[in-house]
Design a protein around this ligand. Structure first.
Ligand code: HEC
Length: 136
């Protein structure tokens, strides 16, 4: 059997991509559950969330939400069925926008209890991908 150099490169590239996407889901999970990314950096928002520096504190580790806040806000259900409802189902870019700017999938501002997160592009992408693909 002969293996061309091209094929070896293709295989290496595929392995690289697979490794990368596994890492991004793990990083997304770390941010969602612990509020720290895989480098151990605490996520921040503006204004800083007082007590709840991690998504799971308000949305639950499974993303089911339903936590009531004094101003009447209720943390959203982030599981797949809920995000797929309505005229504009959440996509990765729409989720990134909601998490970073507080604009929801219908273009409306979310309640201020939901922090406007200031994440690196990598962390924003990873946590949005985690929410979109792992919460059922
Ligand atoms: C302090 C509590 C709190 C924390 C922490 C928090 N959220 Fe939220 N989040 C909320 C509330 C409350 C809402 C609902 C806002 C509304 O009804 O307008 C919400 C809404 C959302 C929505 C919009 C869902 C929809 O149906 O439109 C997304 C997406 C979201 N949060 C993701 C996250 C992610 C990801 C994190 C962590 C990086 C996070 N949240 C951390 C309280 C929180």
């Amino acid at each position: 059997m002969t293996l061309s150099v091209g094929r070896l490169f293709a295989a290496a590239a595929l392995l690289g991509l697979a490794g990368c996407s596994g890492g991004s889901i793990a990083n997304g999970r770390a941010i969602f559950e612990s509020g720290k990314d895989s480098d151990g950096v605490q996520i921040v928002a503006q204004p800083p969330p007082p007590l709840y520096g991690r998504c799971a504190a308000c949305h639950g580790a499974n993303g089911a939400g339903g936590v009531r806040f004094p101003d009447g806000a209720v943390s959203a259900d982030l599981r797949h069925a809920a995000l797929s409802e309505g005229a504009h189902p959440y996509t990765l870019p729409l989720l990134e926008r909601a998490i970073s700017t507080g604009i929801d999938n219908d273009g409306k501002p979310l309640d201020p209890v939901m922090p406007r997160w200031q994440l690196s592009q990598r962390d924003l992408n990873n946590v949005a991908e985690y929410v979109l693909t792992q919460l059922r």
